[in-house]
Every structure is written in structure tokens, then in C-alpha cells.
Design a protein around this ligand. Structure first.
Ligand SMILES: C[S@@+](CC[C@H](N)C(=O)[O-])C[C@H]1O[C@@H](n2cnc3c(N)ncnc32)[C@H](O)[C@@H]1O
Length: 313
């Protein structure tokens, strides 16, 4: 279960104190309807932005934290270029995982950048550049160890987004990470980005343990799942009582350098039965392989029974 860092939650809650709960609830319903209707998802008022932060930041944070857990050598990441940074979720997700010294947050919405500043105040060790820019025209980035497009790919004009990706990849010294909601259409968008990046010479890091075509066929699609704790503010704005929810996400990590790939990755939840477990893994040869491991295969069973959906094998 992933929860927002207490400091971030306290600050978020304080920011929301001056807006009535019923307005935050209305704005959340309106934004959800726009997302589902593929309408204009830009935010225009402070209440809309706060409502978005209260209900979506815990989930995007949780998805990012999970993805970052699959990336090797995070202890070598000292610089970040966050494209479509919103409220700065990525710098929070990197906290404690990477010795970040410099972060450039590029975002078209000046008010969201201000909220990012209000949320992240005191950390002197991290120099942050806030750049109010449209990614479609943004040319000015310097190389960074890590380049991230988190929950932004589907918001970019499909006719122009590969230009943004090419510029982002050109800046990635170690990794480029993309995270999207875990729906079939967002996963398809990530596969298009994957093809484009592989053609540019990028090497896969995760989730695929290979650079072959994706073996998953509709109605299946590549996605993962993380439980997200709902703190009081989250529950109130969503008008729900359950203390947690699941965030489905899809993601992609590539690198300009070749990295050691795992043998496979679990692309579905393991089926844990009384005498055996069934594992569906995307494997290094580019195939989807189902394995049944019996309790009698003691060493293998011991290793595999701890594995969860999304883990490398
Ligand atoms: C769903 S939010 C995600 C924010 C953040 N990356 C996260 O994961 O929490 C998408 C963000 O991308 C920004 N965005 C979308 N299109 C953009 C563009 N053309 N230029 C700059 N920012 C853009 C939006 O303003 C919004 O803040």
C-alpha cells in the first residue's frame, strides 16, 4: 500500500483548507467526466487544480513510486527533467530513492507550477527550475540523468507528441520513463512510444525484458496495479469511505545505454493455489509464458511464491 509522504499530505490539506469541500467535490466530478469523455482536461480555476491534486496526486505518486522501484541504479540519479510536471509529483516520488540535486519542471500551467512550489518548500539540497512552457514548442532542455513524462503522453497532440518524445529522449543521460493510466488505449499509446524509441536506438529497461514486439493480445494489455491509501482529504473529495483504492498503470523505461534485463516479468497477478502457483510472465525471448510451479519443486516454489504482479523474474 502506498501513501503520500506525510509532509506532502499535510501541505496539500492546508492548501485545500480555503476551498469548500462541496466545490472540490463538484470540480472532481466535472474533471472526471472530462477525462472519460476525452474532453479538454486543462484546469482553469484554483478549485479545479486543488481537487485534481487531492484525488489524483496520491495515485500518480503511487504509480511513480512503483515504477521507480523497477529501475536499477536510482542511487546514481542526480538530475531530473520532468516534462508536464504538474504539481511536481515526480520530485516527491524520487525523495529518498535518488540523490537528486537538480530538477527542471516543465509545465504549461503556471498555477500548477505555483502549487508545485508551495508544496515543495524547504529542500535546499535540490535546485529546482520551474519552466512555464508548452512542451510542443519547448526546445530548451539540458541533459538530465532522468527524463520523465508522467501521465502526460495522452494529453499531447498525437500529431506532435513524437517531437516532444524525441527531444526528451535526446536529453536522457540514463533513463527516460513514461507512466500512463493502465487502460488498453493508454497502453497502446505507450507501445507506439516504445516502437519510436527503439527505432531511435533506445534500449529497453522495463517492463519488457526484450525489444521484440509485445506478445500480449487484446483483450489483454500490459498494465500493473498498485494499492493507494486514501487519506481523509482524498476520501472526502471523492465522497467515499473505503480506505484505499487501486491505481492501474502502464509504463515504459528505456535507456540510451544497454542494461542487464531480467529473464522475465510477471504481467498478470500470480494465481496462488494450495499446492502450486501459476505465473504468467513476459520472457526474454519475447514470448508470454505460463508456468505452474508445484510445492514439490521446493527451491523454485520458495523463490516464486513471494513474487507479485509486475516483479522481475
Ligand atoms: C495528468 S497531469 C500529470 C502531472 C504530473 N506529471 C503527475 O504525474 O502527477 C498532466 C500534466 O501535463 C501538462 N501538460 C499537458 N500538455 C502539455 C503541454 N503541451 N505542455 C506542457 N505541459 C503539458 C498538464 O498541464 C498537466 O499538468
Amino acid at each position: 500500500m502506498i501513501d503520500l509522504p506525510p509532509l506532502l499530505y499535510q501541505r496539500l490539506k492546508k492548501l485545500c483548507d480555503d476551498t469548500s469541500l462541496s466545490i472540490l467535490q463538484q470540480e472532481r466530478a466535472a474533471l472526471t467526466a472530462r477525462y472519460h469523455g476525452h474532453g479538454d482536461v486543462r484546469m482553469h480555476t484554483r478549485a479545479q487544480r486543488l481537487s485534481y491534486l487531492a484525488t489524483r496526486m496520491p495515485s500518480t505518486y503511487a504509480a511513480l513510486r512503483s515504477v521507480l522501484g523497477f529501475v536499477p541504479d536510482m542511487d546514481k540519479i542526480t538530475s531530473l527533467l520532468d516534462l508536464g510536471a504538474g504539481p511536481g509529483t515526480v520530485i516527491w516520488a524520487l525523495k529518498g530513492l535518488a540523490p537528486l540535486q537538480k530538477a527542471t519542471l516543465v509545465e504549461q500551467d503556471a498555477e500548477l507550477l505555483s502549487l508545485a512550489k508551495e508544496l515543495w518548500k524547504e529542500d535546499d539540497a535540490l535546485a529546482i527550475i520551474h519552466q512555464k512552457e508548452n512542451l510542443l514548442s519547448y526546445q530548451g532542455a539540458e541533459p538530465a540523468d532522468l527524463v520523465v513524462l508522467s501521465y502526460v503522453w495522452a494529453e499531447l497532440d498525437p500529431a506532435r507528441r513524437f517531437e516532444v518524445l524525441a527531444r526528451g529522449y535526446a536529453c536522457a543521460a540514463r533513463y527516460l520513463i513514461m507512466v500512463e493510466p493502465g487502460t488498453p488505449s493508454h497502453a497502446k499509446g505507450l507501445l507506439e512510444a516504445r516502437d519510436f524509441l527503439l527505432q531511435k536506438g533506445a534500449h529497453m529497461v522495463a517492463p519488457c525484458p526484450h525489444a521484440a514486439p509485445c506478445p500480449l493480445r487484446a483483450p489483454d494489455w500490459c498494465h500493473f496495479n498498485v494499492p493507494v491509501k486514501r487519506e481523509a482529504l482524498h476520501r472526502q473529495v471523492k465522497d467515499v469511505t473505503h480506505p484505499f483504492e487501486f491505481e492501474k498503470y502502464s509504463y515504459l523505461v528505456v535507456s540510451p545505454q544497454e542494461t542487464a534485463l531480467p529473464h522475465g516479468r510477471l504481467v498478470r497477478p500470480p494465481l496462488k493455489r494450495s499446492g502450486h502457483i501459476i505465473l504468467d510472465a513476459c520472457e526474454a525471448e519475447g514470448a508470454l509464458v505460463r508456468r505452474t510451479i508445484s510445492k514439490k519443486q521446493k527451491a523454485l516454489y520458495h523463490d516464486y511464491k513471494k513474487k507479485e504482479w509486475g516483479d522481475a523474474l
